[in-house]
Write a protein that binds this ligand. Structure first.
Ligand code: SF4
Ligand code: SF4
Length: 336
């Protein structure tokens, strides 16, 4: 229950605080961006609030395009640079600190976790999909990722990348994303209702089976030096760690959890009843680290990555308010 004198239970508390602080920040960005777009739609001469660049974190496909453009041209495209900054930051976080974005920061992950906990209260348990079907469904997110990698990273030429990033469609993709949530079609509502229903009864349904972003981060996380490590000499084999794992991983018989599904959530650490048995620690560090170290690494990396984008001038979009005034009336007609 204790790691270097600090209760491992505090890992869950720290994560809940980080998750909801981030959620509030994201909601604040959403409201602010909504007010900005509303200013344009009302025909205001000056916007009520400035546009928050953080909204570009919701444009990962464009960010992947922007990443390839940066790699092949050596230039960061100026239209939505924060999308690239956030994407690269999260990718680096995964390379160093597991798929920690998913369990510490991602608002969808936070909602998915809340959903299965509500479902567990309602039904008294969470359900597990048959193993053969679980494997098949888990491959969906990798297939979606493969499709994006092929279309964007493999097939798109520099000209095609530049053409996409210079086009009005990419310029207003943030507005399109906003409208996706504020003016939902019936189909969208039905799909979201079905996903919510499955998320209530199956742990992390969206993240486990469908999210290609999580699939990419999971693959990157394989090389992470941080891993959940179990001291098999002190482990009693009670299996609480495996039973509680939101990713349904087998922890109780692993010396180190290497699965790309491990999000570094520390739930297993928080629920292990034995002292100094389970810990998240880097491969080069033999003694268990205090539980606050990993959260500190995660938060620091995100702030450092986005902060680097801000101070290097790759955060604010090159689009002006008048560009949005010109483009937003065209949003409905822009399909690609
Ligand atoms: S193994 Fe532990 S840290 Fe990894 S996902 Fe499961 S509970 Fe979270
Ligand atoms: S919860 Fe702790 S003691 Fe129990 S099986 Fe897992 S690592 Fe071993």
């Amino acid at each position: 229950m204790y790691l270097n004198g600090i209760s491992t239970k505090s890992a869950s508390t720290i994560r809940t605080v980080v998750q909801w602080c981030f959620m509030l920040w994201v909601i604040g960005i959403g409201i602010r961006f909504g007010m900005f777009v509303n200013s344009v739609e009302r025909g205001a001469v000056v916007p009520l609030v400035s546009r928050p660049p953080g909204v570009e974190g919701f444009l990962p496909i464009g960010a992947l395009t922007s990443l390839k453009y940066w790699l092949v041209s050596g230039e960061i495209h100026p239209v939505h640079p924060a999308a690239l900054v956030i994407f690269v930051t999260i990718l680096l976080m995964s390379l160093l600190a597991k798929k920690s974005f998913c369990s510490w920061l991602c608002p969808v992950g936070t909602l998915s976790e809340g959903a299965f906990k509500i479902g567990r209260k309602l039904a008294g348990r969470n359900y597990r999909i048959w193993r053969w079907l679980d494997y098949g469904l888990r491959s969906i997110k990798y297939l979606l990722l493969l499709m994006f990698v092929k279309f964007i990273l493999v097939d798109m030429s520099v000209e095609a990348l530049g053409g996409f990033l210079d086009a009005p469609y990419w310029a207003v993709s943030d507005v399109k994303m906003l409208h996706f949530f504020t003016s939902m079609s019936l189909t969208t509502m039905v799909v979201l209702a079905i996903l919510t229903l499955f998320s209530l009864f199956y742990k992390m349904f969206w993240c486990r089976y469908l999210c290609p972003y999580g699939a990419l981060l999971g693959l990157a996380s394989i090389v992470s030096p941080f891993k959940i490590r179990r001291d098999s000499t002190r482990c009693t084999g009670c299996q609480r760690c495996s039973a509680i794992c939101p990713s349904s991983l087998v922890v109780h018989s692993s010396t180190a959890v290497s699965s790309p599904e491990c999000t570094g959530c520390l739930t297993c650490v928080a629920h292990c009843p034995e002292r100094n048995v389970l810990a998240m620690q880097p491969v080069f560090w033999k003694r268990p680290l205090p539980v606050w170290v990993f959260p500190a690494v995660v938060v620091f990396m995100f702030m450092a990555g986005t902060g680097a984008g801000m101070v290097s001038g790759h955060w604010q979009s090159s689009l002006s308010y008048s560009d949005y005034q010109r483009l937003i009336p065209l949003v409905q007609s822009l399909s690609h």
